[in-house]
Design a protein. Sequence first.
Length: 73
Amino acid sequence: MGHLEAPVHWMNNVQTLRNDYGVQLFVEVGPGETLSNLIADTLADPTCIQTCLHSAESLTYKTALARSSPMAI
């Protein structure tokens, strides 16, 4: 129950991923683009890929998978 009531340190977590671990690509797996929008509000010029947009779900998923592959970098 405590976990549900605890604050989420979203901005700190996203900034740590970028600054301390060098994360450059964020892949949102789930419906919509809510988390990608939050990342865009937190970081300057993030690269975010949404994988479950109804309008292009299959193509978006394949693109995200290809871009996250080490061979694509």
